[in-house]
Design a protein around this ligand. Structure first.
Ligand SMILES: CC(C)(COP(=O)(O)OP(=O)(O)OC[C@H]1O[C@@H](n2cnc3c(N)ncnc32)[C@H](O)[C@@H]1O)[C@@H](O)C(=O)NCCC(=O)NCCS
Ligand SMILES: Nc1ncnc2c1ncn2[C@@H]1O[C@H](COP(=O)(O)OP(=O)(O)OP(=O)(O)O)[C@@H](O)[C@H]1O
Length: 284
């Protein structure tokens, strides 16, 4: 099964691209890390408890008002309404962790340490399900694909980027009108420049621009995005035909060898990228 990593920066169009990939003619299964990251911090989960313990004492608006559940219909004899645990106030938590001050970076790291292991585990379970279903390919939509090291397990990485940061900001403000200009700025600054992610993907793709790493530009309208995606999918399909996935599924030892080889190639590629970046820095 081919794992297609889909990434980008905030509001560059990952979700728009993934809903196109989920629809015909592609109809690919999508694993959405943002959705999983919401599920693993729902009230009652270990993630929720850890966040409340750490951020609660210093974030007065961390929790939303509790919803009340009507329990009188359950026939439990009590005519009461039961208080639910208060859900997280996500914009308030976002204000604690997005931005590039020392304090925000530290808090973001702590939040990541709470949320990411649970997200990773859910992603591995979802991948195993798709593998057993015999899916040809699956899209792994992860905003922090490179930062989390998840790119290592991907056969292909597609970065959805915009060249003009003003387009990114305008789309973010239009989609999330509840964010102040400062909040929006902080969110954008919390992720590296998307052009850096595009460069990283293109380095994976190599000089001949293989399906291992591709950029999909999204400065134009949605029809332009569809056309860009179609080009990327043509390359990806050619690099990993359906019969190849069936062969790997029917011959598990071969599947293990190919998967190990793939991770090793990605690891070597990452080492050589890091080395190149270090040398560039040293020259400055
Ligand atoms: C801080 C939180 C509560 C804010 O929630 P909110 O609903 O307002 O925003 P949402 O989750 O939709 O995120 C919007 C975008 O911000 C970016 N983003 C989210 N978390 C992070 C992070 N830790 N570092 C950098 N960028 C991030 C992503 O591009 C994401 O798509 C939430 O983003 C969160 O729990 N983040 C930590 C978990 C995480 O890293 N999720 C990303 C996928 S694993
Ligand atoms: N080509 C486009 N033309 C016009 N609007 C677009 C285009 N692509 C995306 N948008 C809009 O821009 C906003 C951000 O897109 P989207 O939600 O897909 O980004 P994202 O990368 O998934 O963001 P996030 O990281 O915050 O989850 C959405 O409102 C979407 O409808």
């Amino acid at each position: 099964m081919l794992i297609i990593g889909l990434t980008g920066s905030i509001a560059t169009g990952k979700s728009t691209a993934s809903s196109l990939l989920a629809s015909p003619p592609y109809s690919l299964p999508i694993i959405d890390a943002d959705l999983i990251a919401r599920r693993v911090v729902e009230p009652g989960t270990p993630g929720y408890n850890a966040i409340v313990n750490y951020f609660g004492p210093t974030t007065p608006d961390l929790l939303l008002p509790a919803e009340e559940e009507d329990t009188s219909k359950d026939g439990n004899g009590k005519s009461g309404r039961q208080k639910q645990q208060q859900p997280l106030n996500r914009p308030a938590l976002g204000r604690r962790v997005f931005g590039d001050s020392e304090e925000r970076r530290r808090d973001r790291m702590i939040l990541n340490k709470i949320v990411h292991p649970a997200v990773r585990w859910e992603i591995y379970k979802a991948l195993a399900r798709e593998y057993l279903r015999g899916s040809w390919a699956v899209v792994l939509d992860v905003p922090l694909l490179f930062e989390s090291g998840m790119d290592l397990i991907c056969g292909s990485v597609v970065v959805v980027g915009v060249r003009d940061p003003a387009v990114q900001m305008q789309r973010l403000r239009a989609r999330d009108p509840h964010l102040s200009a400062e909040d929006a700025e902080n969110r954008v600054r919390s992720q590296g420049d998307v052009r850096g992610k595009v460069a990283r993907a293109e380095y994976r793709g190599g000089a001949v621009s293989s399906a291992r790493g591709l950029a999909v530009w999204n400065d134009g309208d949605k029809a332009d995005l569809e056309a860009e995606l179609a080009k990327a999918m043509t390359l990806i399909r050619a690099s990993s035909p359906r019969w190849w996935s069936w062969l790997l599924l029917l011959a598990p030892p071969l599947g293990v060898v190919v998967a190990t080889w793939n991770v090793a190639c990605n690891f070597m590629n990452r080492k050589s990228w890091d080395k190149m970046k270090r040398e560039e820095k040293a020259k400055l």
